[in-house]
Design a protein around this ligand. Structure first.
Ligand SMILES: Cc1cc2nc3c(=O)[nH]c(=O)nc-3n(C[C@H](O)[C@H](O)[C@H](O)COP(=O)(O)OP(=O)(O)OC[C@H]3O[C@@H](n4cnc5c(N)ncnc54)[C@H](O)[C@@H]3O)c2cc1C
Length: 370
């Protein structure tokens, strides 16, 4: 016997948005298990950090707010703000859960997953649970990538910073110049501190149509606004090692360069993923991401296991923003609904509201994403 038809693990935007699709399909026996609280990742963001994707209540014209997890909601409308902070976005998610009365069990951690003949057995902090289908929605932020080069353990990862005012030193060295790194540099410079940012690609000059690769206009504008004060130095180089010495830290580059830092350098080199918790249930691409079916984002190794959120990859299509990965909720829902013999026509609403992408083709040609 299954306790649930579907269990979703993780109550961030991916888990909540996916849960609302199951609800629309009429699936009553589903639950979302969350080890902390709804939107907990966003509560861990540095206090100063804001969404780079703007929120705007354009829903009525077939263009749902970029940060909405359901086409009938809008953080811009609910929060009355264009670039929410993490705390504000968590509040939006909590209000969505309350409004739709979505089934979420907080403070329940999934510790292990076993595949059974007709479903899954989950070992949780609240005992065992069984389900026919399992949807993994555990995100990335809570799983920082901390080993990009030798000595990285001497650095401090950006995801451990709850406010940039915690940094006491006047000079900070940040390794990684994508959104988190530049956000940190701008905040420190606004506070009158000097910052060096080292990045392998000079993303600040890169022009790329996909915001998962280039820096967003929001961040570039913020960078430009403080750049003339000459507190920020942008360095293009590949860091290969960090060493501690009596006076601080030595950061070494691949071309023989070296930079000194009195304080532990900040690592802004990105994130791994919560999917590593059940790594063995997926085949892995040599590019380092789990392989899922093109039609329904189902593990090619474990039937009945689906992946939603920023770790879903299809070729060059990177789904790391909410407005991207939400397009697959209805695709996963359709597959589960059909296997359960349900009428999936109700999901047409998502297609009409442009929150439903069947075919994620490559970003290079015929791109449907960026
Ligand atoms: C610095 C930064 C800035 C960003 N800015 C933007 C932006 O402006 N716009 C945008 O669209 N996107 C942005 N993103 C990306 C976006 O925040 C993420 O893609 C999004 O949070 C992913 O949602 P999720 O639901 O998959 O993961 P999360 O929000 O991380 O939720 C996963 C949940 O799973 C829970 N969990 C994990 N493991 C378990 C377990 N074993 N058992 C139970 N629960 C578990 C966690 O507690 C967590 O609540 C940003 C990301 C970062 C890192």
């Amino acid at each position: 016997m299954h306790d649930q038809d579907v269990i979703i693990v993780g109550a961030g935007p991916a888990g909540i948005g996916m849960g609302l699709v199951l609800q629309k399909l009429g699936i009553e026996r589903f639950t979302i298990l969350e080890r902390d609280e709804v939107g907990s990742t966003f509560k861990r963001w540095p206090k100063e950090m804001r969404f780079i994707t703007p929120s705007f209540t354009s829903n009525a014209f077939g263009l749902p707010d970029l940060n909405a997890v359901d086409p009938s909601t809008s953080p811009g409308f609910t929060l009355r703000i264009e670039h929410p902070s993490g705390e504000e976005y968590a509040e939006y998610l909590q209000r969505v859960v309350k409004h739709f009365d979505a089934s979420v069990e907080e403070r329940v951690e999934v510790e292990a997953v076993q595949v059974e003949q007709d479903g899954f057995l989950l070992e949780t902090s609240d005992g065992q649970m069984r389900s026919q289908f399992l949807i993994w929605a555990t995100g990335e932020f809570q799983y920082p990538y901390t080993t990009p080069f030798a000595g990285a353990e001497l650095c401090r990862h950006s995801s451990t910073i709850s406010s940039w005012t915690e940094i006491e030193e006047d000079d900070t060295l940040i390794i990684g110049g994508y959104e988190s790194g530049i956000d940190g540099a701008v905040n420190l410079a606004q506070d009158g501190r000097n910052v060096r940012v080292i990045d392998i690609a000079n993303r600040w000059q890169m022009s790329h149509p996909d915001p998962s690769i280039g820096i967003s206009p929001y961040t570039l504008r913020r960078l430009e606004a403080v750049f003339h004060e000459e507190r920020i130095e942008l360095i293009q180089a590949r860091v290969t090692e960090v060493k501690a010495n009596g006076e601080g830290y030595e950061v070494l580059g691949s071309e023989g360069e070296s930079w000194h830092s009195e304080a532990a350098p900040i690592l802004a080199t990105g994130f791994g993923g919560g999917v590593n918790q059940i790594r063995e249930l997926f085949e892995w691409h040599e590019g380092g991401y789990p392989i899922v079916s093109e039609e329904a984002d189902e593990s090619t190794d474990t039937p009945g296991l689906f992946l939603v959120g920023p770790q879903v990859r299809h070729g060059n299509a990177i789904l790391c923003f909410i407005y991207k990965f939400r397009q697959r909720f209805a695709v996963v829902g359709r597959e589960i609904g059909q296997r359960m013999g349900l009428d999936t026509e109700v999901l047409e609403e998502y297609r009409l509201k442009q929150m439903y992408l069947d075919d994620l083709t490559c970003c290079e040609d015929n791109c449907t994403v960026c």
